[in-house]
Design a protein around this ligand. Structure first.
Ligand SMILES: [Zn+2]
Length: 268
């Protein structure tokens, strides 16, 4: 924990309308927002939290989100900046399976994979209004088979090497790496707290709050399975930040993201 380092892997950006980012509040108009993954170098191993979006998938299925992603902003590219390859990551944890959080999972057939126990079943059978969110099923042979979308799977992806360990409730993934169950945005959504030896902990809201303004106004995104649970989770995130005296980091907040350390810079 004292030598824990956190790297943010810049995954490029996407666009949504303001009424999607700030549900029923807006204002409307295009908002470009960042997508990133979190690499944790820890005494117990190398953990990757989420894997960004796949450019080709977005261009094929959601081109209206106007993806911008350089080679360095793909998962192999971002790891390459650190002198790493996907095989160097031991554990992949997904906060949930929206396409902008699991697009790079396919590069990790060797890794141990963990998620909330309800997220894979939900990807196999999403609600009608969740179809676009759960449109990239390349992370799971089980989900791809259930949806009749096995064409998305990379050659070599099998049930055996794309199976997840399902968890529930709050879990400590490794010493000082804490997952807090914050459902609402998705059925099994998690937020993440990382503790360090010398600096304040960082609380990653993930998609419980896309932006600082979202949390301040308790205004969630229009993508959710249970908005009432979503509000409760936002309140919980606020309380967790207070209790742990943690620095908050938001998942899709361009203004704040510009101040975050990325590339070879790290927190720790
Ligand atoms: Zn999401």
């Amino acid at each position: 924990m004292s030598d824990t380092k956190v790297y943010l892997l810049d995954g490029g950006s996407l666009i949504l309308d303001g009424y999607h980012v700030f549900w029923n509040r807006g204002p409307g108009g295009e908002i470009r927002f960042p997508v990133y993954s979190i690499l944790i170098e820890h005494a117990e191993g190398r953990f990757l939290i989420d894997t960004g979006y796949d450019y080709d998938h977005v261009m094929k299925v959601l081109p209206f989100e106007k993806p911008q992603q350089t080679k360095e902003q793909t998962i192999p590219g971002a790891l390459g900046l650190l002198g790493l390859e996907p095989k160097d990551v031991g554990v992949v944890f997904n906060s949930h399976f929206h396409f902008d959080h699991c697009g790079g999972n396919k590069y990790f057939p060797h890794a141990k994979k963990i998620c909330h126990k309800l997220e894979v079943p939900q990807t196999c059978k999403p609600e009608p209004f969740e179809m676009l969110g759960y449109s990239d099923v390349s992370f799971s042979a089980e989900a791809a088979e259930a949806r009749g979308m096995t064409d998305q799977l990379l050659e070599g992806t099998t049930r055996a090497n794309s199976t997840f360990e399902g968890i529930e409730g709050d879990i400590e993934l490794a010493k000082g790496v804490k997952l807090f169950f914050t459902p609402g945005h998705s059925i099994g959504h998690y937020s993440l707290l990382v503790e360090f030896g010398t600096r304040a902990p960082i609380l990653f809201t993930i998609d419980a709050a896309y932006t600082q303004k979202s949390l301040e106004t308790l205004c969630q995104a229009s993508f959710h399975i249970d908005p009432v649970a979503g509000v409760a989770s936002m309140r919980r995130v606020k309380q967790l930040a207070e209790d742990h005296e943690a620095e908050l980091m938001f998942s899709h907040d361009m203004e704040n993201f510009k101040t975050y350390k990325t590339g070879t810079q790290f927190y720790g």
